[in-house]
Design a binder for this molecule. Structure first.
Ligand SMILES: [Zn+2]
Length: 391
């Protein structure tokens, strides 16, 4: 590649501030501006992130015609893309359970942009920039690349993806020419050790064109040993979960997986109770989906092939197991929606892991015959099954 293609590649017109917001895995950005959405589209086209715009209405919004509801302070938000039928009174507040008529009452709609960073895409993007150095580059550990340049070579470590602690220690950084790249730069100041000589590059600066990776690597290749270094062997970058704040900031977990244990009465995700014994019907529904999931696994089915259960199928199963007739199918659908919300909230609050609403129970559209209808399954891409562990 010649230098012209390098210039083209880095010449995105995305401001660094927007790129930085979009590089927070699991972030939920409310009321995205047109500028933010177009930046997201560009970054998605480069494979850096995956995004989804969702729309919701608020149960209690003083600007809506149906205000005030019975619970004036209800904080429920209702997503409009769940395939629910307004005429059939299927829109219900997930908090107070009242029926809501978003269209009939012309309720104010709020947009939000959900962002997932794409580990493979980011690595490919970084490698495409490194290619400009025309030096031999190879991955020596997850997220760590050795570039044959200068007298001893230079390492590029994508701190968010690196799983081998040794590359993240001060001992390493001061003896080996290393550039650290941070995908989530929002908390960089807290995560990196306060040493001026550590070469840390926010990926957002690379995306916005503020920083040229070639110059950084060349700089590291010619850099001598740091003059003043504190003596303790401490990490240069702190790992571990980040706090969930308004814009759900989280550390990237490469190849996101959640260990799920389904016991005789309750369910845990990553060892944390998400469905308690008292959940009754919600536990039963989870159990029904779980058994289908294990059945598909036993048949060694590929994740994409895993079966969806329709609402009718789930209702039928609940009827068989409870030995009673379910009159209101939509109640079951609400239980599933609540399960998704509860699990997401619990995992975010208690464990601080980035999780999407559908990482444990997935809602999918049917393909082919039942076009337009929805089906449910345990997410075969993100869930790892583990036998229920006794305390
Ligand atoms: Zn409500």
């Amino acid at each position: 590649m010649d230098s012209r293609s390098f210039r083209q590649k880095s010449a995105s017109s995305i401001p660094g501030e927007l790129a930085a917001r979009l590089l927070q895995d699991g972030a939920l950005l409310p009321n995205p501006s047109a500028e933010l959405i177009s930046a997201a589209e560009w970054m998605e086209s480069k494979g850096l992130i995956a995004t989804r715009v969702r729309e919701h209405v608020l149960c209690a919004n003083p600007l809506d015609r149906d205000f005030p509801p019975r619970v004036r302070t209800c904080r429920g938000r209702l997503y409009l893309d769940q395939g629910l039928d307004e005429a059939g009174h299927e829109f219900r507040c997930p908090e107070c359970d009242r029926p809501i008529f978003p269209y009939q009452h012309q309720k104010q709609k709020h947009k939000e942009l959900r962002v997932r960073t794409n580990c493979q895409g980011i690595i490919a993007y970084v490698l495409s920039h490194l290619a400009e150095l025309e030096a031999n580059t190879r991955e020596i550990s997850k997220g760590v690349f050795r570039i044959d340049i200068g007298s001893v070579g230079v390492l590029l470590c994508i701190a968010d993806f690196c799983t081998e602690e040794k590359y993240l220690t001060l001992d390493w950084a001061r003896t080996q020419p290393t550039c650290y790249l941070a995908v989530n730069s929002q908390s960089m100041a807290d995560r990196f050790l306060e040493e001026d000589w550590i070469r840390r590059i926010p990926l957002a600066d690379l995306v916005s064109g503020k920083v040229n990776l070639r110059d950084e690597v060349n700089g590291a290749a010619t850099m001598g040993n740091p003059l003043r270094v504190c003596n303790a062997s401490v990490p240069v970058y702190a790992r571990g979960p980040m706090p969930i704040v308004v814009e759900a900031v989280s550390v990237q977990v490469p190849g996101r997986h959640f260990t799920v244990e389904c016991g005789p009465e309750s369910v845990r995700v990553e060892g944390e109770l998400v469905i308690p014994k008292s959940a009754g019907s919600r536990y039963l529904i989870f159990r029904i989906l779980w058994e289908r999931f294990l059945g598909d696994m036993a048949k060694t089915m590929a994740p994409a092939e895993h079966n969806l259960m329709s609402l009718e199928e789930i209702v039928k199963e609940v009827e068989i197991r409870c030995r009673k007739y379910i009159e209101d199918e939509t109640a079951i659908r609400r239980y599933i929606n609540r399960l998704q919300t509860d699990i997401e909230t619990t995992v975010k609050k208690k464990i601080g892991l980035p999780i999407d609403r559908e990482d444990i129970i997935q809602t999918c559209r049917w393909k082919g015959q039942k076009e337009g209808e929805f089906g449910y399954r345990i997410n075969p891409f993100t869930v790892t099954a583990r036998p229920y562990q006794n305390d």
